[in-house]
Design a protein around this ligand. Structure first.
Ligand SMILES: Cc1cc2nc3c(=O)[nH]c(=O)nc-3n(C[C@H](O)[C@H](O)[C@H](O)COP(=O)(O)OP(=O)(O)OC[C@H]3O[C@@H](n4cnc5c(N)ncnc54)[C@H](O)[C@@H]3O)c2cc1C
Length: 259
């Protein structure tokens, strides 16, 4: 079985987040890492491969060359190879353009199963997998907290507010796993050393039969017109803690007869 796992390179959790006023996009020049939600998708793919005894786990990503660092971490966990779509013309791709590029890269791979994480930790859309499944004409199950594959079908337990839905879909299918599905492994030293020798392919939009009109700002349906600070909250007081913050808060509440 061939399993493709879509992974994203995101700013590290503790990196300062800032929108570049020039491009009106997230400043991605800060330190980055593999999207933590995607590590669960990589782990699930490795478990499926290990249980079945054969198969291939291919990582697929759209990003800059810096994404290669994040891909190496997933290769060190045990994935077999990676395909990175890196192209200057893809900068500024919104959801629609991103889904177009990823689905084309996935079509080229012809996987039996496509796994995603539940969301990206930088833009938190939790929707890209739906757009990709639509373009690939594949069934989709999201928020999968358990996944079993038998007789060419995927059976997933989908986490809901009130319990679980059990959903079956024929393969090939797109499954977005929740972060409750497993406890990801740490890469071993052997895995880290071995990752350096694993194939890492970088392709352009042209290699995928796409051009600048399909991706980047030209291929996007979203346009950011302006960035504005949120409106002031009116009757609010900002308390800086110089050692007497608790007293100031009590006084503020007492003045308004809230204590
Ligand atoms: C106007 C505009 C400009 C943008 N410009 C850029 C830009 O220049 N660079 C940029 O990186 N983003 C850019 N974005 C954000 C980009 O569109 C989103 O990253 C993309 O739509 C995915 O949405 P998300 O990150 O919310 O992912 P979600 O829907 O939250 O992600 C779900 C899952 O999809 C997978 N995934 C997400 N993104 C990728 C990816 N790129 N490759 C492989 N798998 C992925 C992961 O498995 C993730 O867990 C821009 C968005 C807008 C609206």
């Amino acid at each position: 079985m061939k399993i493709a796992v879509c992974v994203k390179y995101v700013p590290e959790a503790n990196a300062p987040k800032r929108i570049d006023p020039e491009t009106k996009r997230l400043d991605r020049s800060v330190d980055g890492a593999l999207n933590p939600f995607d590590v669960h998708a990589v782990e699930e793919a490795l478990r499926i491969k290990e249980t079945s005894g054969d198969g291939e786990v291919v990582l697929v990503s759209l990003g800059t060359e810096r994404t290669l660092e994040a891909l190496r971490r997933a290769l060190a966990m045990g994935a077999d190879r990676s395909v990175l779509v890196a192209d200057d013309a893809a900068a500024g791709s919104d959801l629609v353009a991103t889904s177009r590029v990823l689905s084309r890269a996935l079509e080229r791979e012809q996987p039996d199963l496509v796994l995603f994480g539940q969301q990206a930790s930088d833009s938190d859309g939790a929707v890209l997998w739906a757009a990709v499944a639509d373009l690939l004409h594949m069934p989709l199950v999201s928020q999968a907290a358990e996944l079993a594959l038998t007789d060419g079908r995927a059976r997933a337990k989908r986490q809901t507010e009130f319990g679980y839905d059990v959903i079956e879909a024929p393969l090939p299918a797109v499954i977005a796993v929740s972060d409750a599905i497993n406890e990801p492994r740490y890469p071993s030293l052997k895995g880290i050393m071995g990752a350096k020798r694993k194939p890492q392919e970088t392709v352009s939009l042209t290699d995928l039969g796409l051009d600048g009109e399909d991706a980047g700002e030209a291929g996007s349906l979203t346009e950011v017109y302006a960035l504005l600070d949120p409106p002031a909250r009116g009757d609010s007081l900002k308390i800086e803690d110089t050692g007497d913050a608790a007293e100031q808060i009590v006084e503020f509440l007492a003045d308004r007869r809230l204590l």
